[in-house]
Design a protein around this ligand. Structure first.
Ligand SMILES: [Zn+2]
Length: 283
């Protein structure tokens, strides 16, 4: 075995030892917050940092082979600039810049929400490095919230690559993400990625846990027929998901939910603590 292979195995083992995996319930997913960052093509890396420049690894990212580089760039838009924007490695085929909506306001652009890699028709941006600058006519996006997972995880959650699901958080300011993209690859490690605006909205920090709600359990659309069928519609909780917050807010001592409504473990615990009953009704 050559010294480099040994080195990489040692690094991998050390990394695994250092990673304290939280014990996850079957529907739980660890969340990581992505700060603004830039992926560079080889060509743009050369323009910004010089010919044959190699990025220096600052630290590994959670997804295998991805790393944060020592290098940073400046982003410039019609309204302002943002300094010290982290470059991620390794180089990609296309240069792509991922920012939050707050960043976009500062730059003075209106990027679309996109899956990574889908940059056609996205916003223009100027990237400034120590050796030169690049004007991109497109390449600036706000990243779609997504979950990386292995095929085994996908089987376990019964989801497919490209599917959208909901994820709810049990944070101090609980929120539910309504459109989270599933991305499946043998090289992925289970983790949900959100941007800093999304994290701030929900008081979420990297390492916190979200609960996955499988898509396709749409709330019944209100129709006159439905209302006639259910006599005491006002007392039935109609949401797709009953959370701790819902239980706390409910004025009812018996909270009626439909069969299709998912009750989170925290909601159950809270109901017990508050001596409320959660009753599943068939209709
Ligand atoms: Zn990601």
């Amino acid at each position: 075995m050559d010294p480099q292979s040994i080195q990489s195995i040692v690094e991998e083992v050390l990394q695994q030892l250092g990673q304290k995996q939280p014990t996850l319930q079957p529907n739980q997913i660890p969340i990581a917050v992505s700060g603004r960052h830039v992926h560079l093509s080889e060509q743009h890396l050369a323009v910004l940092f010089g010919e044959s420049y190699a990025l220096k690894k600052k630290n590994d990212l959670s997804q295998p082979n991805q790393f944060a580089a020592e290098e940073t760039v400046i982003l410039s838009g019609p309204r302002g600039t943002i300094e010290r924007v982290r470059v991620l490695g390794p180089s990609r085929n296309l240069t792509q810049v991922e920012v939050s909506q707050t960043d976009a306001f500062k730059l003075g652009v209106k990027p679309p929400i996109r899956q990574s890699g889908d940059i056609k028709g996205s916003s223009p941006v100027t990237i400034i490095g120590p050796k030169g600058s690049v004007y991109l006519t497109e390449g600036l996006i706000i990243a779609q919230a997504h979950i990386h997972m292995s095929p085994d995880d996908a089987d376990r959650f019964q989801v497919k690559d490209g599917q959208y699901v909901q994820v709810t958080t049990g944070t101090e300011r609980p929120i539910t993400f309504g459109r989270v993209l599933i991305r499946v690859s043998p090289s992925y490690r289970l983790e949900m990625h959100i941007d800093t605006d999304e994290a701030n909205a929900g008081f979420i920090r990297t390492g916190q846990i979200g609960e996955l709600i499988i898509a396709g359990q749409a709330a019944p659309s209100p129709s006159p027929v439905m209302v006639q069928e259910v006599k005491h519609a006002s007392t039935v909780f109609e949401g797709k998901l009953l959370t701790q917050h819902d239980v706390q807010q409910s004025a009812e001592s018996v909270i009626q939910v439909r069969k299709s409504t998912i009750v989170t473990p925290l909601a159950k615990d809270t109901a017990r603590d508050l001596s409320k009953k959660i009753e599943v009704i068939d209709k």
